[in-house]
Design a protein around this ligand. Structure first.
Ligand SMILES: [Zn+2]
Length: 157
């Protein structure tokens, strides 16, 4: 099946052409991140990962998710109930699989991360499941909150 890459019209801070992405990413990474593919369930390295840390976009390095919002969905892919911050991700309506889903992309480079589902009844604060391909992200050490960014533990919003 030929994946159709849709554009949102957004101008991403990180802009590389197709050849540059191919040179920068492994073929399997390229297929998911740049072509909207999906890794096979229960095969990704972070599916059952509980290590504390921050997950960054494997294409551009933008920090996207934290281990503190990761939960066990048993769906076969790493699942988060919220992104690190809403402005780190972009949402696109995706009707490609015969149903309407919401695609999640990196807001910094436009790479495909996965999909978000809601109202499934998971016992999480948002009842949302960000179903993210392991191959789209890379875990790094947890970074201490930087003063003035609004992401510190004191923030209520
Ligand atoms: Zn990115």
């Amino acid at each position: 099946m030929e994946a159709v890459v849709r554009t949102s019209g957004r101008i991403y801070p990180v802009q590389l052409d197709d050849q540059e992405w191919r040179a920068r990413l492994a073929p399997a990474e390229y297929a998911v991140l740049r072509k909207g593919g999906t890794e096979r369930p229960f095969t990704g390295e972070y599916t059952d990962d509980h290590t504390e840390g921050v997950y960054s976009c494997r294409a551009c390095g933008s920090e996207l998710f934290r281990s503190t919002e990761k939960f066990d969905s048993h769906c076969g892919w790493p699942s988060f109930f919220a992104p690190l911050a809403q402005d780190r991700v972009e949402y696109l309506s995706d009707g490609s699989a015969g149903m309407t889903r919401t695609e999640v992309r990196c807001a910094n480079c436009g790479s495909h991360l996965g999909h978000v589902f809601e109202g499934e009844g998971y016992d999480t604060p948002t009842d949302q499941r960000y179903c993210i391909n392991s191959i789209s992200i890379r875990r790094g050490p947890a970074t201490p909150p930087v003063a003035g960014t609004g992401t510190g533990p004191a923030g209520q919003e």
